[in-house]
Design a protein around this ligand. Structure first.
Ligand SMILES: Cc1ncc(COP(=O)(O)O)c(C=O)c1O
Length: 432
């Protein structure tokens, strides 16, 4: 093996000596917009009493209007995080103790934690192994008379099988909630993600494609869901009487309000969103074509008619074809200075809250029935596709984020080739 081919893990020269650079799309526009808010001095426009200020300040409303017109939805509720948006979503549909919410297990924990906070029991259905959203057949098998909603995640920036999931929800009289935190402006069958379910939720946290530090938006076409979400955002219990609202279900609210500064940043970021996505798609496409002749590492699937916006670049790894275990490949890539991670987050039901069945309070609520017996199965093995992807097949990298360049994509693929070509030496060294 000549020097250039020697893997860095075995003492060779790393293929990449440039550190990963974090994406920063905050520019002069965001700075000016925040300064304008600061100059005005009204840093939040909300008041928890009936009247105009109940609905938020000028920038909050501008952001909401932009979401409505851009995505063709009737209502938007800006909130202080996607977690808050998901919480408002499950409350808006009237979820409570005794209900079940079928959720994806391959996601950030908030997707299903909000069900627990509403007093409902999360039920996990398996995902499909192409684009990692909920598998409609697996969901249908989990529907019971207690089921109230399905929460799928447009994970890594690719839409779930939303048309089928919506049809399934409609067939059984359930709500479909899209956790669209990772997929702003993705398309499914030509339609924007977040708008195919009854409710869609977007995130603007610092790591998302568009950001305002923290923040999020809930969108819906349903005026009742909109009203309930807005009540939950802003201390609903204090205003229902004066607002003449008779249906009190889940009107006890919190403070989920977005500040005017966050909204000012989000407005500018939302204007840039098509360009931010375009840059990621260009880099991801380059990486996918550079990987196309590499055995064992498969580029993300983009389903026909869909648009992937690449919050993350999620590959699948075939250990048999690669000729080495995933963890050794990852270790060797990291030594080359190329970022990759084996798996994403462990299936949610394997977290202690579910395994130990301790949710709200000290008596097993909402997981245990009154007699203490558990109603829902969270055993390892309940979602085999998800578990297989996490333990063996899925790998993610954020290398397709600007300001990384097309040359960085080529270098990443070159590094993968270098590592796999050295599989025998790496395996021998690992065994020693
Ligand atoms: C899929 C998914 N859902 C929900 C959230 C929660 O978003 P936020 O941080 O805005 O509350 C995240 C954030 O990482 C996420 O990736």
């Amino acid at each position: 093996m000549n020097a250039a081919d020697t893997p860095a893990l075995l003492g060779g020269h790393p293929i990449n000596d440039r550190p990963f650079r974090f994406n920063n799309a905050i520019g002069e526009e965001e700075k000016r917009a925040v300064m304008a808010v600061l100059d005005e001095g009204e840093l939040s426009g909300f008041i928890a009493s009936p009247g105009e200020p109940f609905w938020g300040g000028r920038k909050v409303r501008e952001l909401q209007d932009m979401f409505c017109s851009r995505f063709g939805v009737k209502h938007a509720v800006a909130v202080n995080s996607a977690t808050s948006g998901l919480h408002a979503a499950v409350m808006a549909i009237g979820t409570g103790p005794g209900d079940e919410i079928i959720a994806s297990p391959y996601t950030m924990s908030a997707t299903s934690t909000v069900a627990v906070l509403s007093g409902a029991t999360p039920v996990f259905a398996d995902i499909e192994d192409e684009t990692f959203g909920l598998d409609p057949a697996a969901v249908e098998a989990k529907i019971t008379p207690r089921t109230r909603a399905i929460v799928t995640v447009n994970i890594f920036g690719h839409p779930s099988r939303l048309t089928e999931l919506r049809a399934l929800a409609d067939k059984h009289g359930l709500y479909l909630i899209e956790d669209n935190a990772q997929a702003p402006d993705a398309l499914h069958a030509g339609r924007p993600t977040g708008t195919i379910g009854h409710i869609g939720v977007f995130s603007f946290n610092r790591h998302k494609v568009m950001q305002s530090g923290e923040g999020g938006v809930l969108v819906t076409d349903d005026p009742q869901l909109f009203e309930k979400a807005a009540l939950f955002r802003n201390h609903g219990e204090a205003v229902v009487e004066a607002m003449g609202i008779d249906d009190l279900v889940n009107t006890a609210g919190l403070n989920l309000r977005m500040t005017e500064m966050e909204a000012a940043v989000a407005v500018e970021q939302f204007r840039k969103l098509p360009e931010l996505n375009r840059q990621r798609i260009e880099l991801a496409d380059r990486l996918s074509s550079a990987l196309s002749d590499i055995d064992g590492v498969s580029a993300p699937t983009v389903r026909q008619g869909d648009r992937h916006v690449y919050y993350m670049y999620a590959m699948t790894y075939d250990e048999a074809a690669a000729g080495m275990p995933r963890e050794l490949f990852v270790k060797a890539m990291l030594a080359e200075g190329l970022f990759v991670r084996g798996g994403y987050l462990k299936p949610t039901y394997l977290e202690p809250m579910y395994q130990k069945r301790i949710g709200l309070g000290r008596h097993g609520f909402p997981f245990a029935a009154a007699d203490g017996a558990s109603r829902v199965d969270y055993s390892p093995g309940i979602c085999p596709v998800c578990e297989r992807l996490q333990s063996q097949e899925l790998m993610i990298t954020a290398v397709m984020q600007p300001p990384q360049t097309l040359a960085d994509m080529d270098r990443w693929a070159e590094g993968a080739r270098k590592v796999l070509n050295a599989r025998d030496a790496l395996m021998t060294a690992e065994a020693a």
